[in-house]
Structures are given as C-alpha cells and as structure tokens.
Write a protein that binds this ligand. Sequence first.
Ligand code: 3HC
Ligand code: NAI
Length: 656
Amino acid sequence: MDAKNSSVVRLRRAGDIAIVTVDNPPVNALSVALRQGLLDAVEDCEADEAVRAVVLQCAGRTFIAGADVREFGKPPQPPHLPDVVARIEGARKPWIAAIHGTALGGGFEVAMGCRFRVAAPDAKVGLPEVTLGIVPGASGTVRTARLAGVASAVELVTSGRPWKADKALSAGLLDGVVAGNLEDEAIAFARAALDRPLPEVASERPVEPMPEAFWQEAKKAVAKAGHQAPVKALELIRQGSELPFSDAMAKEREAFLTLRQSDEAAALRHVFFAERAAGRPDALRFVTPRQVHTVGVIGGGTMGAGIAAALRLAGLPVVLIERDQAALDRGMDTLSTLFDGAVKRGKLDAKGKAECMDGVTGSVDYSALVPCDLVIEAVFEEIGVKRSVFAELVLHCRPDAILATNTSYLDPRSIAEGLPNPERFIGLHFFSPAHIMKLLEIVPVTETAEEVLASAFALARQLGKMPVKAGICEGFIGNRILKRYRSEAETLLLDGVAIADIDQAMRSFGFRMGPFEAQDLGGLDIAFLQREGARAAGKDVPETLGDILVKAGRKGQKTGGGWYDYNKGDRTPRPSDAVAQLLKGRMKAQKPMPLDAISSHLITAMAREGQALLEEGIAGQPSDIDLVEIHGYGFPRWKGGPMFWAERMGLTNLAG
Ligand code: 3HC
Ligand code: NAI
C-alpha cells in the first residue's frame, strides 16, 4: 500500500500496521468528506495484504469531536455515519482507536466500532448529543451498553457529560490508557493484540438486561432535565438492551433524524454556536490579553467572597481587602463556607480546600495589592464608597494593574471619573453566587484599552465563565431585562391573573422558578433599595407592587412572607391573604389566563426589551442577550433564549 491522502484522511504504513490519520481542523468533526475518507481507508487497508491491523488516530488538538453540527440544519448526505461505523467494525483487520483530547458523539461511536480503544491519560470520551437536543445517531445508545453495561450507558448518554479516561477504562469503554507517545503505544498495543484471539466486536456482545425498577428510577431522573432528548435516549438504551442489534439501530436512527429537526435541537445548536461566538469576539482576535497571575478583590461580602472563591477554584492567588479586621474575618469565614460547599459537591477534597484557603492573603491594608495584575472591587453599592476605594487603588496598585468594578446598577463611568489611566478600567459584573453562576457581563467604558477588554475575556475563560460584552445603561443587559420581566408580571397580576398561575406558567415553560417565587427566595428588598436609591437621586421611579409589600415588611422567605406566605422552616409557597389585602383595590377581578399565554406574554416582553438594548447598542447581537438570560437568569437552554424564541415564534416587530 502506498501512502494515500484524501483532503482529511491520511494513510501510511508502519510495517504490518496501517496508520489512518484524520486531519480535519479545528476538531476533526465528521463532515461528509471525513466519512467518505474513513470508508475509503477501510477499503484500502482491507485490500493491502501486508496490513494486519489499523491504528486510527487524529491530528491536532483532539480525536474526532463528533458529527459536524453545522450539517444538522441540512438533509443528511451519504455516506451515513452508522454505515461507516459498521464498515470499520466489520473489517477483517482489527482497528484500534488511539484517542487524545476528546472522543465525543460520533467520534466516540467511530471508536466503539473499532475492535480496541486506547487513550492518553488526559483524554475524555463521551456522548454529548442530548446537550444538542438529539440522541446519538450512530449506535451510541446501542453499542455503549454492549461494551460497558446498561447502567454506564444510561449515565454517559443521558447526562451528556464526558468521562475521564480512567473512568472509561474501568467501565470497559477503553482497553488501555497509555502514557508516552500515543501512536507508538497504539502500534505496540495492536501487535500484542494480534498475538491473542480477538474479542467479539461490540455489536455482537451480549447485554445484561435490567429490572423494571431500574428503568423507573432512571425515568424519574431524566425527566428532571426538562427536555425530551434525555428521555428519548433512555428509551432507546432500553430498546437497545432488549431488541436485536439491527432493530435497535433502526429505532435509534429514526429518533436521531426526528430529533435533529426539533425546535429543541435548533435552540440548543443556536446556544452552542452563540457561546463560542461570544467567548471569542472577532474584534479581539488579534489582541493579546495581559497576563493575570494574581488578583485583588476589594470587599469580602456576598459578591467579593464569591468572586474570590471563583478565582481560587481556577487556581489564581487572591489578595482580599476589607475595611476592618472584623469584616475581613467574616469574609474569610464566608470563603471557607463556600469551599466547604465545593467539597460537598465533589469539586474539592479537604487538601484542595486547604490549598484554596492558603492561596488567599487577607488584609485591611491596600498596600498588599502591589503584586496584583487585576483588582476587582465589590464593596457597597454606593458611589461615594466606590470612588474612595478607587482613589486608594490608584495610590497602591501598580500603574499597569487592571481595575474593575462589580457594580450592578451604578454607572461605571462615574465610578471611573477622574481616574488617571482610565484605559485600565472596566466593569466586570459577576452574578450571585459568583463561584457558581456562569455569566460575566463585561462592561468597558469609552477609554478601556482593547487589551484590557481582551484580558477580561481571557479571565472569563480561565474561570469557566460565559462572558458577554454589555454597554452601559441601568442594569446593563441582564438586570434591565429582569426589571421589564418583573414589571410585566406585575401588570398581569393587576389584570387579574393569579400570582401562582404566573409562577406555574414560567415553570411549565422551563424556568426553575417563576418571577414571584424567585423574588421571595432572593429577597424583595434588594430591588426595592435600588429603586429607593434612584428616587432619592431625583429619578422618576413609579411605585411597584413589590414596594408595597416591602413597606409592609414582606421581604420574602427571610421575613416569613413576600408574594407568598411560608411556614417556619418550610420553603413551600402558600397563597397569601395578607398580600391579597395589601393589593386590594388595585387588581382587577380574577381572570384566568392559559399558562402558555402567560409565558408567551412574559417572554415577548423580555424579547422587546432585548430589541431595545440592541437598538441602543447595549447588546452587540441577539444571541448575546440569549446567553445572558440562559447563564444568568435561568432561561431554559433548550428554548434558546428570548430572542431566539421570538424569532422562532415569527415575532418580527419587537418594537415597544
Ligand atoms: N461540529 C462543527 N463544529 C464544531 C464542532 C462540531 N461537532 N465542535 C466544535 N466545533 C467548532 C466550534 O464551533 C469552534 O468553531 P469557531 O472556532 O469557528 O468558533 C471550533 O470548532 C472550536 O471549538 P471550541 O471553541 O469549542 O474548542 P475547544 O477546544 O474549547 O473544545 C470540544 C473542543 C471539546 C471538542 C468542543 O468544541 C465540543 O464540545 N464540541 C462539541 C462536541 C459534540 O457535541 N459532539 C457531538 C456532536 S453530535 C453527534 O456526534 C451525533 C452523532 O451521534 C451522530
Ligand atoms: P455586601 O454588603 O454583601 O458586601 C460588601 C462588602 O464590602 C462588605 O463586606 C463590606 O465590609 C465591604 N466594604 C465596604 N466598604 C469597603 C471598603 N472601603 N474597603 C473594603 N471593603 C469594603 O454587598 P454585595 O452584595 O457583595 O455587593 C457588592 C457589590 O456587588 C455591589 O456593587 C453590588 O451591586 C454588586 N453585585 C451584587 C450582587 C448580588 O446579588 N448581591 C450581584 C452582582 C453585583
């Protein structure tokens, strides 16, 4: 066999072993050309009598990362992936997948068609299809259980979360984890394997059936995802374990092709690409971010402690400044509690917690900030306090340190006013709890240097956050839409729609909570104080129904009642006569409204506010608004965000 090349598949020989190298940057996605290239490679290897086994490996940063998601909006083109996988499995000569990076979706299905799978120690394998609103389409629901058992298949496929190589090895999904040069190791593995009888191919292995109780439990678990793909995937794994292989494959293919066309899949694809576009803005493509090694955080309250925890969990040393020792001690206690939570969630072990705490230098002296490349201010939301903090920062920080504010509602320009070197100033708006919530609104002022902006995006990536650039207005993107959403919910209430119906409608749409129960959980007083502040500053802020409740002492769950009543120690919301009395005379007679009409009304209002933000240049593109709502406000990912939803609904005129 001569060395052969297609545009994306290269073939060469190392003695009696053929090496098939996939090279389809950036992630070796299974385009039509790659599927055809793999089929051709099988035929070439089969025809070459000198070849006894085939190693399949990939160039670049990863093994095959799956089907090409960009093809999903178009009719499927042959050769189809299940046929490619079947051809590899059916080859006379055994194929060995040599996995580095991530073998995902169709990529892992190709690997399961190979007779053996070996992987680098830091590789991951997975079937993330449900996160794209589909099910595996080339045997993932059928072959996985045949290799690793039904329970493993259910976990891998219905969660969509990839597994590390060692976990995959012990489950039976891999045959070896090899350190050193992967190609050499895979060749050595192939030669050793040829000396022994070959194991059965995956499709011919038996599956241990599971009892009914297992399926009932699993069904309850997947229902929590809120969308149909994980439910369907579970059904297919069950069929895959009970039906003959070819029947199960036919069912999987049918479900895959149907779900590919679904609204959910379109929404999830939209979010997938939106996330990648927002995370690496084109305008910053050629801008080199500044190196950030150590970060200062000013204020160890709710946000400061959360931000410090996020930084430590990403391995960055932190200097935490408070106004006095007592406040600093409280801040360090809060941090310790946050790390305890990370231990409970399995993110840290006891040693990891100790390292996280050791990496925080607490101080009440601003001169401790000298090593910091970036300082994030998270003190009280008062312009005077913030300005005096920045005056200290200018005195004590290095002139090249980036200075950031976490303000929610103040105008970053007035915080930065008069600062020397304003080009190093930027807004970094984290969401509470800051070590968990993914969203980071990045708010540059006019003077912010491009490299400072690029550094903010790089920091977001390092922290595992979803960065979205926002312009300056009250509430930036997210809180401004939230205000409109809550105000429209109050309008429905005034029109006679029940509080409980509004909350239920939003839960049915896919939110974890409706607008009123969410306020009860977070506390009505935060928004109230913000409105009172604006009123005190002379702004015309009309009274809201929430104001009436707060003035009557109803601040939410923490005061035993807000929009609902709560029994002590019980978070179950109960309709409140007291609220009915407080709002009496303002609301029209009760007028039931269908739940989907309620949710449509509220999401349309969000999209209208989003449209206004776009027209004002506060948001750069509709998908940025969708990401803010999904990552900061619990908008169901599988509905794509308010702008995507409105477009899907055919709402063309969103003015007003
Ligand atoms: N199809 C098309 N493009 C893809 C892609 C895919 N499956 N996966 C990634 N890309 C593109 C991204 O859009 C991005 O493009 P851009 O540079 O133009 O923005 C580029 O590849 C790099 O992606 P990332 O920025 O995400 O790169 P990372 O290195 O951070 O991550 C990754 C790499 C872990 C592979 C990540 O891209 C990923 O998770 N991709 C999706 C994997 C997936 O969901 N596969 C299953 C697809 S469905 C399937 O296989 C069905 C089958 O069962 C039939
Ligand atoms: P907080 O009241 O919990 O914490 C503020 C901390 O700042 C306190 O610990 C206080 O001692 C400290 N502090 C005050 N003056 C200081 C000074 N001069 N030097 C050092 N430390 C000082 O407030 P929270 O909720 O953490 O908010 C902080 C900032 O984050 C505010 O600007 C707020 O608008 C913003 N924010 C708040 C969110 C939330 O959900 N709480 C969400 C996003 C932003």
